[in-house]
Design a protein around this ligand. Structure first.
Ligand code: ACO
Length: 410
């Protein structure tokens, strides 16, 4: 393709390139068949394995949701108890991984999480065995069982990495996991080093339930791309963590709370919202979604928890009051109505974490701690009918340029 003939136009989500239309950002492009989760973006609905997120949020625990997403059905009492036992037994890290986390104590925890997951994968014999089988073209029942076992280990270990990083970053000794606590209670115990308040435990558990899967966002797509190369499951998760780190994806709850703190006064929310409607103005964090063109159902559920939490513990920095002001201004503003922009799940979640004393930097790691189950479930499902992802690009540069030796170049 010569440069002179290049004509590129972007019409909405499609780039008209010389090689044909390109769906920019792969918006609405289907990449796999799934029975894990489904979203109705226009109605604002989300299902995991056919169960409404509202029912799961009200009645289940994160462990139940882990079982549902990995095994395709809700567990009975024995299945759940067995899963809890297996998770509790797998919480510890390899000593070398602990040193990786310690060496990154001053870095953002997402760097530590990414590196520690990759490191732990190198020490997990099951992971290496599965990777070898995949390379040999085997994915039968034995390998599927092994993949599920590794997925559970990843779910069990991520909270330990996050909590240990927090402790190291504050110059504190790590607190070993406790097998008698639930997944969420144990996380808070390892993080703060004391028995958690039941409402705080419920807040973490609800957050983990609401973020466990969401079809194919950027991080899950990253997981699929890595998984489809038949790399190992820990590398899949390390890559997905890298994708989640970006502010357009997992980093928005941190950005949302920062913006509430910056305003500092509920009377000033209208100015912030107005500024976001101006051309080139700052985006409102926690508002808008690629798929939801209605109020994000997860945000509605979490809002109720923020209300319960602030009713019990107060709203000293007025974060709930500020967020409510922004919400009202967004819902009534023509700019947001026309573009179908509503609060997303990140709009409310950071408020509770902030009041619990969890520093901003740990908000996105919490997201990863939850989504790890969705990432692995999707990769396991994709391996049933694996095919390498290998898209093409439309080249618009020159060809057959004359090579000029280094010393002759001007
Ligand atoms: N504030 C102000 N305007 C916005 C916002 C926002 N938060 N989000 C979108 N818009 C506007 C855009 O400026 C654009 O306006 P225009 O048509 O006049 O140019 C229009 O809405 C469409 O925006 P796009 O960027 O095309 O929408 P897209 O689907 O690509 O973006 C995204 C979705 C990235 C989430 C976006 O809404 C955003 O940046 N939101 C803030 C960040 C955020 O909350 N991310 C978390 C997402 S949820 C999650 O990952 C768990």
């Amino acid at each position: 393709m010569s440069e002179q003939t290049v004509s590129i136009r972007t019409t909405g989500k499609v780039i008209q390139s010389p090689c044909g239309p390109i769906v920019h950002g792969l918006e609405d492009v289907l990449v796999k068949i799934t029975s894990i989760s489904d979203i109705d973006g226009r109605a604002g609905k989300l299902w995991y394995r056919g169960y409404r997120i509202e029912d799961l949020a009200e009645n289940s625990t994160y462990e139940e949701v882990v079982y549902l997403l990995l095994y395709g059905k809700l567990p009975n009492v024995k299945e759940l108890e067995d899963l809890k036992r297996r998770l509790a037994a797998n919480r510890d890290l390899n000593p070398a991984t602990i040193e990786v986390v310690r060496s990154l104590a001053k870095a953002h925890p997402m760097f530590a999480l990414e590196a520690a997951v990759a490191a732990e994968g190198a020490f997990d014999e099951d992971n290496l065995k599965l990777a070898e089988a995949l390379r040999a073209g085997r994915y039968k029942q034995e390998e599927k069982d092994l993949a599920l076992k590794i997925a559970e280990k990843l779910v069990a270990k991520l909270p330990t990495i996050v909590a240990y990083h927090y402790r190291f970053s504050r110059g504190l000794e790590p607190v070993r996991p406790r097998a008698d606590l639930s997944h969420s209670a144990n996380f808070l115990y390892m993080f703060f080093g004391k028995e958690p308040d039941p409402l705080a435990t419920r807040a973490i558990d609800l957050y983990l339930i609401l973020h466990a899967d969401h079809e194919i966002p950027a991080s899950t797509f990253t997981a699929l791309v890595i998984g489809a190369t038949l790399s190992d499951l820990y590398s899949v998760i390390a890559g997905a963590i890298g994708a989640l780190k970006g502010p357009l994806h997992g980093g928005a709850n941190e950005a949302a709370v920062k913006s509430y703190l910056e305003i500092g006064d509920p009377a000033k929310t209208k100015d912030l919202v107005e500024a976001a409607t101006k051309p080139g103005g700052p985006r409102l964090m926690g508002v808008g979604h690629r798929v939801y063109k209605a109020y994000d159902p997860r945000a509605k559920i979490f809002k109720k928890l923020v209300e319960d939490y602030t009713a019990k513990f107060g709203d000293p920095q007025k974060l709930y009051a500020i967020a409510s002001g922004i919400e009202q201004a967004v819902l009534s503003h023509e700019y947001f109505q026309q573009r179908k922009l509503y609060p997303n799940v990140d709009f409310w979640s950071g408020i509770v974490f902030y009041y619990m004393g969890i520093p901003y930097d740990y908000f996105t790691p919490l997201f990863a701690m939850s989504r790890v189950v969705g990432w692995t479930a999707h990769v396991l499902e994709y391996w049933e009918n694996n095919r390498l992802f290998r898209p093409r690009a439309c080249y618009v540069g020159p060809h057959d340029q004359q090579y000029i030796p280094l010393n002759s170049r001007t």
